[in-house]
Ligand binder design. Structure first.
Ligand code: ATP
Ligand code: MG
Ligand code: MG
Ligand code: MG
Length: 531
């Protein structure tokens, strides 16, 4: 077990709240000396932060290994050729960090590893006999985020666990997907998180089925819709749902609806008789709605709602999803056409074909009512299918000796983001309040006065003794007791042991950080008190 003397550690606590840190987790991780920023979205994990990070990684490893997944480590630097094979060199955009070597050859810093792992296995996994197989790594990822913020929550360099599975049959992928989903649930439970698994939008990854795992927190950038009475939960990016305060009134007489996106505004026009009516859906995720457009505004949009080539028309049996980035998805039954351009010629007959749900509506599975909450995306599981194996010619021979593309799944956990998400959920006005499983040290021992021999001796003795069983930090600094208590609250170890005036008789004070409960006890009773 870890046991350490605080006087010898790098735990640079700060009294003041750093002014540029917007989220509580960011503020506290800086103040309590867990992390330091080196550039926008780029951080060092100081010793305390690194211990917590390793504890999260260990939980992930245990749960991944228990599913039979194998750990490997791939490079962060990836040759551009691989990204050309899938077309993502061009599609991924400025988020992909690119560099050239001395010979002028292009490389990417890994934002994700589908290309790299597919190139690895296409030479190795060429018989059905080797399938299914799941490989994972815990590694540094690079994404030049447009808006790095909230400390580790949205970094430009961050740590991810990414896993990839390979299959001969889609049933095999289905099974593995469920296994990973269950393993993710266990990981986040063990981290002590209040989280929800939600159906999500597969976006740029391609593929169909996908779930995200969200830690509930007011700072979360996503809005999720869920019901307490059932398992239904969705990211409102799916826009089967409209956010809390939206009021979107369906009208049975409506003949047609047209859509137009303009930056963060989506205008919805509909025909009632011969009249053109409209509503303006603003900033789709933070909706202000039902604001009539003036003729000038329609002019400004340079959009003629009656001109069929200038709007989307959606058929009566089709539905529309409005996505947060301002794009629209159109679908039919279970099918969903991605990336519909606004110029495309589809048309809707009835307004109520829009699948919008409001807070308090019945949930889609009919059990319970819709609620909304903010979430931090801490993980995501995808069924990729053959999108990457086909593009990169990763094939295997099936039982009949026929060559087929590998069927793939991929599964990510934001390891460093999880650390911050836990801090978002575990804190109070005095500092962090780690759950046992992740606390850098379970016990923080504080001799009130280190110049007092009795106190220091007993504190050191406890440090050694308890260190057999738990991770223990001893605050042996020559600081005032008040400073040491304030730092202990800030750092947030679950149990604080204060060695003070009654040290000579073997009496100490135990404080439970999370509840604030305190009691005085004899050192012989300690084991049962701490358990
Ligand atoms: P987001 O929607 O927050 O941008 P993402 O959907 O782009 O995340 P994925 O490609 O699904 O992210 O990556 C897997 C996991 O990596 C995410 O679920 C998240 O926990 C984590 N992650 C993604 N981007 C970042 C980042 N910039 N900083 C820290 N963690 C991140
Ligand atoms: Mg992203
Ligand atoms: Mg996402
Ligand atoms: Mg994601």
């Amino acid at each position: 077990m870890l046991w350490m003397k605080q006087s010898q550690l790098l735990i640079p606590t700060m009294k003041e709240t750093p002014s540029d840190a917007e989220s509580v987790s960011h503020q506290l991780l800086l103040r309590a000396g867990y992390i330091r920023q080196n550039a926008a979205g780029i951080y060092s994990y100081l010793p305390l932060g690194f211990i917590v990070l390793q504890k999260i990684e260990e939980i992930i490893r245990e749960e991944m290994n228990a599913t039979g997944a194998q750990e490997l480590l791939m490079p962060a630097i990836q040759p551009a050729e691989l990204w050309h094979e899938t077309g993502r060199w061009n599609v991924y955009g400025p988020e992909l960090m690119r560099l050239k070597d001395r010979h002028g050859r292009d490389f990417a810093l890994g934002a994700t590893h589908e290309e790299l792992i597919t190139s690895l296995v296409r030479d190795e996994l060429n018989s059905y006999k080797k399938l299914p197989m799941t490989l994972y790594q815990i590694q540094t990822k690079y994404r030049d985020e447009r808006r790095p913020r909230f400390g580790l929550l949205r970094g430009r360099e961050f740590i991810m666990k990414d896993a990839y599975s390979f299959h001969d049959k889609s049933e095999s992928l289905d099974e593995r997907y469920q296994m990973m989903y269950d393993a993710y649930s266990r990981v986040f439970e063990r981290c002590g998180l209040n989280f929800r698994a939600v159906i999500a939008d597969s976006g740029a990854m391609g593929g169909k089925d996908t779930h995200e795992f969200h830690a509930l927190a007011s700072i979360g950038e996503d809005t999720i819709a869920y019901s307490d009475e059932s398992d239904y939960a969705a990211n409102t990016e799916m826009a089967e749902v409209l956010p809390p305060d939206a009021d979107f009134t369906a009208d049975a007489e409506v003949q047609a609806a047209f859509f137009r996106a303009n930056d963060d505004t989506i205008a919805v026009y509909y025909l009632k008789g011969d009249e053109v009516n409209d509503v303006k859906v603003k900033n789709v995720l933070g909706v202000e709605i039902l604001e009539a457009l003036t003729d000038e505004e329609i002019q400004e949009l340079q959009f003629d709602p009656l001109n069929p080539s200038d709007h989307i028309k959606v058929m009566a049996d089709q539905w529309v999803e409005v996505i947060s980035n301002g794009s629209l998805f159109v679908g039919e039954g279970q099918k969903r056409y991605n990336d519909i351009n606004f110029g495309q010629d589809l048309h809707i007959k009835h307004f109520h074909d829009l699948r919008f749900i409001k807070e308090g509506d019945p949930s889609p599975d009919g059990r319970g009512w819709i609620k909304f909450a903010r979430g931090i995306e801490i993980g995501q599981v995808f069924k990729l299918g053959t999108r990457y194996s086909e593009a990169m010619n990763a094939v295997f021979l099936d039982e009949q000796g026929k060559s087929k593309p590998l069927i793939m799944g991929c599964y990510g956990i934001g390891v460093s983001r999880t650390l911050s998400a836990v801090a978002e959920q575990y804190h109070d006005e005095k500092g962090l309040t780690w759950p046992n499983a992740l606390a850098p040290y379970k016990i923080h021992i504080i001799p009130v006065n280190v110049k007092n021999d009795e106190q220091l001796t007993l504190a050191e003795q406890l440090h050694l003794q308890l260190g057999d069983k738990w991770d223990v930090l001893l605050d042996d600094r020559k600081e005032r007791a008040g400073v040491k208590f304030a730092d202990a609250d800030l750092i947030g170890c679950p149990v604080r042991i204060t060695v003070g005036k009654r040290a000579g008789e073997g009496y100490i004070e135990v404080k439970i950080r999370k509840t604030g409960d305190m009691l005085e006890c004899h050192i012989d009773e300690l084991n049962s008190v701490i358990e």
